[in-house]
Design a protein around this ligand. Structure first.
Ligand SMILES: [Zn+2]
Length: 106
C-alpha cells in the first residue's frame, strides 16, 4: 500500500504548538497517529490527523521542496534570528540551518 501524507491537526489537553505543522507519511490515518504518538509522547487516542493530499506525490517528508511547503501555508523559522520565513525569496540556508534574507545578507 502506498503511503499518504498526514498532518498533525490536534491533540486534546496538550500544548501542541511545536508540532502542529508536522507531516508524516503513512499508509493509514491510524499509522500516522502512531508515528506522531511515538515521536511526541502523546497518547495515540488523543491525536487527530488531517490528510495533506498535495504532499502525497513526494513520498516522504524530506523530498518535499521548500517552495511547496510555503505555497501551502507552512513557514520556516530562521535558525539565526527566529524570524518566520514565509516567502521563497526570503528563504536561504547558512551554516546554522534555515536563514532569513536579513541574516543571509549580514
Ligand atoms: Zn534571520
Amino acid at each position: 500500500m502506498k503511503s499518504k501524507a498526514y498532518c498533525f491537526s490536534n491533540a486534546s489537553d496538550y500544548d501542541i504548538e511545536d508540532i502542529s505543522e508536522e507531516v508524516t507519511f503513512a499508509e493509514t490515518a491510524g499509522k500516522a497517529k502512531q508515528d506522531f504518538s511515538m515521536e511526541n509522547g502523546i497518547h495515540y487516542k488523543d491525536i487527530r490527523v488531517q490528510r495533506v493530499p498535495w504532499a502525497d506525490k513526494y513520498g516522504d517528508v524530506d523530498s518535499i521542496p521548500v517552495e511547496e511547503w510555503l505555497n501551502h501555508g507552512w513557514y520556516f523559522t530562521c535558525d539565526t534570528c527566529g524570524a518566520e520565513i514565509d516567502d521563497i525569496k526570503d528563504f536561504h540556508v547558512n551554516s546554522r540551518g534555515y536563514c532569513c534574507k536579513k541574516c543571509f545578507n549580514e
